[in-house]
Write a new protein. Structure first.
Length: 207
């Protein structure tokens, strides 16, 4: 039942007709959308918390249960890919990130994590291409910039090594290779993977 005072106010302001009903429906839809986003955020947080607690099987199970109802949700698919990569299931993680780049080519993070897997397999050309795509989508993505620099160092080392193998007497290459080796020693780690879901994907997390 509508409150009489509200009805009176509606008559005075001209909001008792269809325009008011439309505004009310829109407000309800906006509230439901906000509640749904919070519920989804809780689901993401629960899976990530299980993963951080080393309960990887439970985290994957919960992610799969969520994706049964929302199979296209990019946030949860990204989280699942991170868990797969962290638990050594590189082939499954690779397939997961590849599919994400196909379904959501505008996102940067899946390309970055693809590059991490490629680099771990010494597939530096593929890693470079993936990182360039990440930076095309997000030119300010600092992690991808750093990773691309590390990949360039690896590629330079491979090129200089091949040059020396072809002509061991080449003197100009040796100091360059030495410098590259020093750079590799400074960054003696794997490229950085994105750990959190892509914020830009929230609006596209449909079922």
């Amino acid at each position: 039942m509508k409150h009489p005072a509200l009805l009176l106010q509606q008559r005075r302001t001209g909001l008792a007709g269809p325009s008011f009903r439309f505004w009310l429906i829109a407000s309800i839809l906006l509230l439901l959308s906000s509640l749904l986003q919070h519920a989804r955020a809780d689901e993401y947080a629960d899976v990530l918390q299980l993963h951080r607690a080393a309960k990887h099987a439970e985290a994957l199970k919960k992610a799969d249960q969520y994706l049964e109802g929302k199979p296209r949700d990019p946030q949860m698919r990204f989280i699942k890919g991170v868990i797969l990569a962290d638990t050594g299931k590189q082939d499954e993680a690779l397939a997961s990130f590849v599919k994400l780049t196909e379904d959501y080519p505008e996102l940067a993070e899946p390309y970055n994590n693809l590059a991490v897997i490629y680099a771990s397999r010494s597939q530096y050309d593929k890693a470079r291409v993936a990182l360039e795509m990440a930076l095309r989508n997000n030119p300010g993505y600092a992690t991808a910039h750093e990773n691309l620099g590390d990949v360039y160092v690896k590629l330079a080392g491979q090129a200089y090594t091949r040059s020396l193998q072809s002509d061991p007497a080449t003197r100009s290459v040796q100091p360059k290779l030495k410098l590259v080796n020093e750079l590799q020693a400074l960054s003696s780690r794997d490229p950085k993977a994105a750990r959190a879901p892509a914020a830009k994907s929230a609006s596209k997390s449909g079922g």
